[in-house]
Ligand binder design. Structure first.
Ligand SMILES: Cc1cc2nc3c(=O)[nH]c(=O)nc-3n(C[C@H](O)[C@H](O)[C@H](O)COP(=O)(O)O)c2cc1C
Length: 608
């Protein structure tokens, strides 16, 4: 098990999972360009260690978690599924009956000791160099300016330590930090996150909030900071459990917080709850720019670091990127915990096109009427899962790994009138589709087989042919149509449309209906510029752009889905975000550097 990032780098290299980039690279857009190409190459490519970063003495590590193999190495030779099973064993203990069971329980209880972090007081690696007050200069760190329209450089893989005022709980969360100047950062914790909850305690008490940030830790602790643990639960515990070994911690030099002794960098300072500043925009993991908004300001009073520190960071953008693998780890590790509360859940998947909060497919062992709806509502009430926009429930034996047969199964099962559950509720702060931030429509889809104790579906399996040739009778706003699953009772019709004021789409729906062009199926409207050839891109686009209540309507047997950009005509008063894309000039410059690095397989892979 790696004690620190340097050991992890060495482990990746021994396993041929790391490439050292020796050409000089600019942290302004260039590292992103190379990392994106790597992250999007089959299976997630390799981790990258940039050894010559312009303007900094430190090297930069990206894509370290970006494949299943590297996750396995990060977790000390355990798959996320195996960790989940260990967690389940810990939680599902029944009272011991035999002497052997009593002994095993005692042993397990002693093992709990491993979860508790070990305090160190002697000189530790993270404090080899200590820079205080005027010596603090964040510009010495090779912090990436990731995307052309980002508001500045952002620290993207930080572990943020804060302490509750009402209990002895220290929280570790991952919240990005925008560099405002040489000693202040924007703290981007979303309203739903534990860091923000603790912050509100300080706001109420009118007290300065001490904060420490670690950059570049042992990989398990880094993962733990991203995990959706319940409030009050300590991420150090989770890390100790996964590592089977405690995390070493040390008192920070200037704030009353413990920090990981083996970290590469530690930033110490405070947040004044009365102060906020415009943070963003930032090219986010949703694939869109998150718009600027007001967030607390973190004043950095001290930086401590290893003498030869490695700066760990990540590049997020349209999936798949490195964070998809961190999300995958959470999906697998947390399944047994969710099964404790909803035991009928056999398995689930968060397809990366759904950027974690837009779609979850859940397979259940169904035994009573309405159980699919019960599972939807259960998940909509659970921690960070409660932000999920669309939940689709299928039967337990469904293969969740084969997306085409899964789609076929869903489209062959559901009745549009009976199996769609629309509701409203809390949404992830990064959802851009709803008219209001953090609140909007949700959709549950019951694609389970009916039990004999449930009313049978009325319209199932009846196919009605469409008359697409009648399309020409309509106005010329259609650019292209593509039909998917045409052999199924519910075919999917994708239309690329030219939309003016939004009104036309509303008209289109009526005309479609009146002219009987499509009598049964799912009709999806997409913007003119959308590429209908790329299924993964389309799914990402549709899931991101819809508010189910505003944008999905059923007329007879046709489900209309408006996945175009929204305007004030649709009641959308926010500004619709731009898609995250690299700069073509930087892209060409990087092509030349890649040739110099002799990594030809990266050339041309970037998504342009
Ligand atoms: C690379 C990466 C960056 C993230 N950035 C943010 C962020 O800026 N703000 C945020 O609220 N959550 C962010 N998250 C998600 C949180 O880390 C995650 O929800 C975590 O559970 C939060 O911890 P908490 O439950 O202790 O608040 C990020 C996750 C990853 C993997």
């Amino acid at each position: 098990m790696c004690e620190n990032l340097q050991e992890f780098v060495a482990l990746l290299e021994r396993n041929n999972e790391l490439i050292r980039v020796k050409v000089s690279v600019n942290p302004y857009l260039e590292i992103t360009e190379i990392t994106e190409r790597m992250a999007k190459s089959p299976g997630g490519g390799k981790a990258l260690l940039f050894e010559k970063v312009q303007g900094s003495d430190f090297s930069v590590l990206t894509n370290a978690f970006g494949s299943k193999k590297r996750l396995f190495l990060a977790f000390g030779g355990q798959t996320p599924d195996e960790i989940g099973k260990r967690l389940a064993q810990l939680l599902r203990r029944r009272p011991p009956e035999t002497l052997l069971e009593k002994w095993q329980m005692l042993k397990a209880a002693r093992g709990v000791n491993q979860f508790i972090p070990r305090k160190k007081t002697k000189r530790v690696p993270c404090q080899e160099i200590v820079l205080k007050e005027n010596e603090v200069d964040l510009y010495r760190l090779p912090i990436l300016h990731c995307w052309p329209k980002d508001a500045g450089p952002f620290i993207t893989l930080p572990l943020v330590f804060t302490k509750s005022l009402s209990s002895p709980w220290t929280n570790v969360g991952m919240y990005r930090l925008q560099v405002f100047d040489k000693n202040t950062l924007g703290m981007h914790w979303h309203i739903h996150k534990d860091g923000a909850h603790i912050f509100s305690e300080y706001e109420k008490a009118g007290k300065l909030m001490e904060v420490a940030v670690a950059i570049g830790c042992d990989p398990v602790l880094t993962y733990a900071a991203t995990s959706p643990l319940m409030p009050g639960m300590d991420e150090f515990f989770l890390a100790g459990f996964i590592r089977r070994k405690p995390v070493k911690i040390v008192p920070a030099t200037g704030v009353n917080l413990f920090v990981p002794a083996e970290a590469e960098f530690i930033l110490e300072g405070y947040i004044d709850p009365k102060e906020s500043r415009l943070e963003g925009p930032f090219g986010d993991h949703t694939g869109y720019y998150t718009p600027a908004d007001y967030y607390p300001v973190f004043h950095v009073k001290t930086i401590t670091h290893r003498r030869k520190a490695i700066y760990a960071t990540t590049v997020v953008g349209r999936p798949p990127m490195e964070d998809c693998y961190l999300g995958y780890a959470t999906e697998r590790i947390f399944l047994p915990l969710i099964q404790l509360l909803l035991p009928e859940i056999k398995d689930y998947r968060f397809p990366w096109e759904g950027v974690f909060h837009n779609l979850v497919i859940v397979a259940i062992n169904k035994t009573y009427p309405g159980q699919a709806a019960k599972v939807m509502h259960g998940l909509w009430g659970l921690g960070q899962l409660s932000h999920t926009k669309i939940i689709c429930v299928v039967d337990g034996e469904t293969d969740l790994n084969d997306s085409v047969s899964l789609m076929k199964r869903i489209l062959s099962s559901i009745d549009l009138e009976e199996d769609l559950y629309f509701t409203k509720g809390n949404l992830d702060a990064l959802d851009h589709a709803a008219n209001w931030p953090c609140f909007g429509g949700k959709l549950g889809i019951d694609a389970t087989e009916r039990l004999t104790t449930e009313p049978p579906r009325k319209n199932k399996n009846v196919k009605v042919e469409s008359c697409l040739d009648k399309l020409s009778l309509m106005d010329n706003c259609f650019r292209e149509v593509k039909v998917l699953f045409s052999d199924l009772p519910l075919a999917v019709y994708l239309f690329r449309v030219k939309k003016g004021e939004g009104k036309e789409l509303h008209k289109m729906r009526e005309v479609f209906w009146e002219k009987g062009i499509i009598k049964k199926g799912i009709v999806v409207f997409l913007d003119e510029e959308v590429n209908l050839a790329d299924a993964s891109y389309l799914l990402w686009k549709i899931l991101g752009n819809i508010d189910p209540i505003r944008d999905i309507s059923l007329k007879g047997n046709v489900l209309f889905v408006d996945a175009t950009k929204k305007t004030s005509f649709n009641g959308y008063l926010r500004s619709w975000p731009e898609e995250v894309q690299g700069d073509p000039v930087v892209s060409r410059r990087v092509e030349a550097k890649l040739a110099e690095m002799s990594i030809p397989y990266l050339s041309g892979i970037g998504v342009k």
